[in-house]
Design a protein around this ligand. Structure first.
Ligand code: S3P
Length: 243
């Protein structure tokens, strides 16, 4: 994503806008839902980040990225994982790999409620991993059980990637141009999507240990801001992160 896509909010008329183009391209040697943190990234995503693979974040076993569709969870998560030498895990990819169906297929064949059930099970499983960066789906924090799980999993930094609804929709529209991108069923109705955005915002804030405004930042800059925040706020090893 380039900064240019962030400045020009548009309201696309597409039926169901796709998710980032890199979705569904999991390396065959990885476990379900696991993405190659070392995959090459488009030039505009290349950040000037230090290689932190030899360093740790004291007291943090995993970083979870949350936020609405288009907030940059996947692209930022890959960069973070790469620079920490950790694994990148995408919750939607995990669900798709486990059930051998795409997210839009699950929505259309079994409905959103069933998708949320699968999502909760996959989340519980991924939160058992250490040294991972996990990108949630935008709707995961709607479920109380998921919020409690995130709040109660020790040594877990939860980062809310925020932006205005207009910026988020603009980014999703830009991603929709890529035919390999996965569709986002919950963007089919933009009025409903905006209502959900406002409903979800307090949940994102509540579960987050840290929030980063992504509106004027590239994924590389967001990753850099997250690392700087976590390193300056890192608690002593063994202490739980406070919210
Ligand atoms: C959804 C967000 C999507 C995906 C599904 C539902 C939502 O993930 O989980 O299409 O309800 O916000 P992204 O936020 O990664 O696009």
């Amino acid at each position: 994503m380039s900064t240019a896509t962030l400045d020009r909010p548009t309201h696309p008329t597409t039926e169901s806008m796709p998710k980032g183009s890199s979705r569904g391209k999991r390396s065959p040697d990885r476990s379900p839902g696991e993405d190659a943190a070392s995959r090459s990234l488009p030039q505009q995503h290349a950040p000037a980040l230090p290689d932190l693979s030899s360093q740790t974040l004291p007291g943090i076993d995993r970083i979870v990225l949350t936020g609405f569709m288009g907030s940059g969870k996947t692209s930022t998560g890959r960069l973070l994982a790469e620079h920490l030498g950790w694994r990148f895990l995408d919750l939607d990819h995990e669900i798709e790999a486990r059930h051998e169906r795409s997210v839009p297929q699950i929505f259309s064949e079994d409905g959103e409620a069933h998708f949320r059930h699968l999502e909760s099970a996959a989340l519980a499983s991924l939160l058992g991993r250490r040294q991972v960066v996990i990108a949630l789906g935008g709707g995961a924090p709607e479920e109380l059980g998921n919020r409690l799980l995130l709040e109660q999993t020790p040594h877990t930094a939860v980062i809310y990637l925020s932006a205005s609804f207009e910026v988020l929709v603009s980014r999703c529209a830009a991603q929709a141009a890529d035919p390999s991108a996965t569709a986002r069923p919950n963007l089919a109705d933009l009025n409903l999507a905006e209502r959900r955005f406002h409903l979800r915002h307090p949940h994102y804030q509540r579960i987050a240990t840290h929030s980063i405004d992504t509106a004027e930042r590239t994924p590389g800059e967001v990753a850099e801001a997250i690392l700087a925040t976590l390193r300056s706020a890192a608690p002593a090893a063994g202490h739980q992160i406070s919210r």
